[in-house]
Design a protein around this ligand. Structure first.
Ligand code: GAR
Length: 187
């Protein structure tokens, strides 16, 4: 049986699109959930005929925490993939659903929301991307895969992030392929 996968994303969703297009994987993307109503990733889901929903963070963070758990649970995922989802997931979420996240740095270096900017500011010559299991911390869970990306002379946050994103699509698809057999034991 195909692995039931829920994607969480906030923005343009190029990594989500790579997962949706990865027909070689034994997965079914059962839902795309976003916290941003205008995010392009929801449009991508609609185009692909995948159920999608926006769960905006309103006044109550507690309510959002319950809602994201409830709505994700309704799709009975075997795996949740955070692909450019710019929210911290509540501990109850990550304890309940096996969840992976992709982050645009070589963790444990440069966790948080401004990884590319922080890497540039630190003057590193090499950065990259990490796919890791999500735990209750911020970008602290066990690392599954990493790929290095060089920082080139003249790079700014946009050019460097675009170069990282080019390799993140393949890295995410490869990582899902890598962990799928281990997930099947849990289903
Ligand atoms: C990716 O670079 C991903 O690593 C990053 O958001 C981008 C999403 O791109 N995630 C984070 O920064 C999470 N802390 P996309 O919207 O084009 O898929």
């Amino acid at each position: 049986m195909a692995c039931r996968l829920v994607i969480l994303a906030s923005g343009t969703g190029t990594i989500a699109q790579a997962i949706i297009d990865a027909h070689e994987l034994d997965i079914e993307v059962v839902a795309v959930l976003s916290d941003q109503v205008a995010s392009q990733v929801l449009e991508r889901a609609r185009t692909a005929g995948i159920p999608n929903e926006c769960i905006p963070v309103g006044n109550s963070r507690n309510q959002w925490n319950s809602e994201i758990i409830e709505k994700t649970a309704a799709f009975e995922p075997d795996l949740v993939v955070s692909a450019g989802f710019m929210r911290i997931l509540p501990p109850d979420f990550v304890h309940r659903f096996p969840t992976i996240n992709i982050h645009p740095s070589l963790l444990p270096d440069f966790p948080g929301a401004h990884a590319v900017r922080d890497a540039l500011a630190a003057g590193v010559l090499t950065t990259g991307s990490t796919v890791h299991w999500v735990d209750a911390g911020v970008d602290t869970g066990p690392i599954i895969t990493q790929m290095q990306v060089p920082v080139l002379p003249g790079d700014d946050e946009i050019t460097l992030h675009e170069r990282i994103k080019k390799i993140e699509r393949g890295l995410m698809v490869t990582t899902i392929a890598l962990i799928l057999p281990t997930l099947e034991q849990h289903v």
